[in-house]
Design a binder for this molecule. Structure first.
Ligand code: GFB
Length: 311
C-alpha cells in the first residue's frame, strides 16, 4: 500500500475508523476517501455497488458497523444482526466486483465461545456456544470472517480479518444505555464527582474480566496487517492483559478522583466471564500494543473531563 494509493475507510466517523484515518494521515497517506452514512447508506446494496464502481478504491478498511455495549447488543438484537450483515456483505462483494487490491475486515472478540479456554486462540472459533447477550453481533462478525475466507478461496481475493478486543479512546460513545463499560464508567465517575454524588453504580457483579486496547494501538495494528499480512487466518489484536470490571472501576475512580463507594447492580448482565485474547500471532509478526491502560484512560479522561452531559 503506497502513500498515493486510493484508500477507502468505511466507518471513518466511528471510534475505530477515525483512529485509522488519523494514523494513515499522520503516516503520509494522501489519497483517502470517506463517506458519511447520510452520503452512503452501507446497508443499501446498489448504492454501495455504485460507489465502488465510481471510486474504485485500491485498499479498504472495513471499520463500519453497528456497535455497542452489552445492553445495546441485547436490546437491539435484530439491528445488530441485520445492519452488520448488510454492511459487510455489500462492501465485501463490491470490493470483489470492483477489483479492490486488499480489504481488511474488523470483527470483535465476542466471536469466540462464551466458555472457550483462555487466552482465546484464533482456532477456538465455532468450538462452542456463544454468549447470549451479543450472539447477533457475534454471528454477523463470524459471517464477515467467513465471507473474506470464501472470497479468497473462490476468487483469490486478498481479504484479511482482524479481531480486536474491547476498545476505548477518542470518539467513543458515552450514551449510558448503549456504550461499552469503560466510557460508561468515565462518564459516571466524572458526573458523580462533579455533582458530589454519594456513590456510583456499576452493572453486574464486577467480577467479569475484560481486556482493553486503546484505539490508536488498534489503528497501528490494522495498518501493520494491511502492509504485511496476506493469509486466510484471521488475527487477534489485543494487549494480552485483562482486568476485572471491579478493578477497572477502582482504576477509573482513582484517575477521575471520585471518592465515594462503588455499588454493583446484579440485575444487569455480566455477559461473558472473560475474553482475554491470545495475541501471540500478531506479536510474533512484530506488532505489540504500546499504550498502557492507565495512560490510555488518563488521556481519554483529560479529553472529556469538562464535557457537559445532561446527568
Ligand atoms: O463493555 P460491555 O458493555 O460489553 O460490558 P462486553 C463489559 C462488562 O462491564 C459487563 C460491565 O460485565 C458489564 O455488565 N459493566 C459494568 C458495564 N458497568 C457497566 C456500565 O455502566 N455499562 C456497560 N456497558 N457495562 C461487548 C459486546 O461485550 O464487547 C459487543 O456486547 C462487543 O458486541 C464488545 O463485542 C467488544 O465486553 O460484555
Amino acid at each position: 500500500m503506497n502513500k498515493e494509493d486510493k484508500i477507502y475507510i468505511a466507518g471513518h466517523r466511528g471510534m475505530v475508523g477515525s483512529a485509522i484515518n488519523r494514523k494513515l494521515q499522520s503516516e503520509g497517506y494522501t489519497n483517502i476517501i470517506v463517506r458519511t452514512s447520510a452520503e452512503l447508506d452501507l446497508r443499501n446494496q446498489q448504492a454501495v455497488f455504485d460507489f465502488f464502481d465510481q471510486e474504485k478504491p485500491q485498499y479498504v478498511f472495513l471499520a463500519a458497523a453497528k456497535v455497542g455495549g452489552i445492553n445495546a447488543n441485547n436490546v437491539y438484537r435484530a439491528e445488530f444482526l441485520y445492519d452488520n450483515l448488510m454492511i459487510e456483505a455489500n462492501i465485501i462483494h463490491a470490493a470483489h466486483q470492483s477489483g479492490v487490491t486488499k480489504l481488511l475486515f474488523l470483527g470483535s472478540s465476542c466471536i469466540y465461545p462464551k466458555m472457550a479456554p483462555q487466552p482465546l486462540k484464533e482456532e477456538a472459533l465455532l468450538s462452542g456456544y456463544l454468549e447470549y447477550t451479543n450472539e447477533p453481533y457475534a454471528i454477523a462478525k463470524i459471517a464477515g470472517i467467513k465471507l473474506c475466507e470464501a472470497y479468497r478461496s473462490q476468487y483469490g481475493s486478498n481479504f484479511i480479518s482482524a479481531m480486536p478486543t474491547n476498545l476505548y479512546g477518542p470518539n467513543d460513545n458515552y450514551d449510558l444505555k448503549k456504550s461499552h463499560v469503560l466510557p460508561a464508567l468515565l462518564r459516571k465517575m466524572i458526573m458523580a464527582k462533579r455533582n458530589n454524588a454519594e456513590s456510583v453504580e456499576i452493572w453486574g457483579t464486577g467480577s467479569p474480566k475484560r481486556e482493553f486496547l486503546h484505539v490508536d494501538d488498534l489503528a497501528e495494528a490494522c495498518i501493520f496487517l494491511m502492509l504485511n499480512y496476506n493469509d486466510p487466518q484471521f488475527v487477534n489484536i489485543g494487549t494480552g492483559e485483562d482486568i476485572s470490571i471491579y478493578e477497572l472501576t477502582e482504576l477509573v475512580k482513582e484517575i477521575v478522583g471520585f471518592e465515594g463507594p462503588i455499588k454493583t447492580n446484579p440485575e444487569m448482565p455480566d455477559g461473558t466471564p472473560r475474553k482475554l485474547m491470545d495475541v501471540s500471532k500478531i506479536n510474533n509478526m512484530g506488532w505489540k500494543a504500546s499504550i498502557s491502560l492507565r495512560d490510555g484512560i488518563t488521556s481519554v479522561y483529560n479529553e472529556i473531563k469538562d464535557r457537559e452531559w445532561d446527568q
